[in-house]
Structure formats: structure tokens, C-alpha cells
Design a protein around this ligand. Structure first.
Ligand SMILES: [Zn+2]
Length: 82
């Protein structure tokens, strides 16, 4: 599983907002944001996610995706390895 560094995350956020990422890549980006103070300060994870999901709602059940990713982010922030 790739771990994104800050530079990669910043470049991926752009695609993220244009709904060009696979679900696994969205998870990577949000996982980095959840773990990285520098990136977290720069981006509001939940508002990014909401924007991405509102774009994705055409072909993805938005609540399922949002909940899955937010739960994953919370797990990471709580230190659960999962
Ligand atoms: Zn970072």
C-alpha cells in the first residue's frame, strides 16, 4: 500500500477535488491528511471529502462512501491500526 508524502498528497488533492481518484486513492489522501499536522492545517479533511462526494454522487452512493472514509479517518486519528 503506497504511503503518500506531503508533496504527493498536495498534488492528489487537486485530482481529489475533481473526482479523478479511485476510492483507494481517496483513502490514501484522507489517511495522510488525518495523520499529518502540516497537511491537516492546510486542508479541512471533512470539507474536502464533502466536496469530493458531492461531485461523485452521480455514480457512487455518497453516504456509503462518506461514512466509510470518515470512519477510516477517525480510526487513524484514534490510533487504531485496522
Ligand atoms: Zn502532509
Amino acid at each position: 500500500m503506497p504511503e503518500f508524502n506531503c508533496e504527493e498528497t498536495k498534488s492528489y488533492v487537486h485530482e481529489f477535488l475533481h473526482n479523478e481518484l479511485a476510492e483507494s486513492e481517496i483513502s490514501e489522501v484522507t489517511a495522510h491528511l488525518a495523520n499529518c499536522d502540516s497537511c491537516e492545517g492546510e486542508y479541512d479533511v471533512e470539507s474536502l471529502l464533502n466536496k469530493a462526494i458531492s461531485r461523485a454522487c452521480v455514480d457512487t452512493p455518497p453516504e456509503d462512501l462518506a461514512q466509510k472514509i470518515l470512519l477510516r479517518v477517525r480510526d487513524i486519528q484514534n490510533g487504531a491500526p485496522h
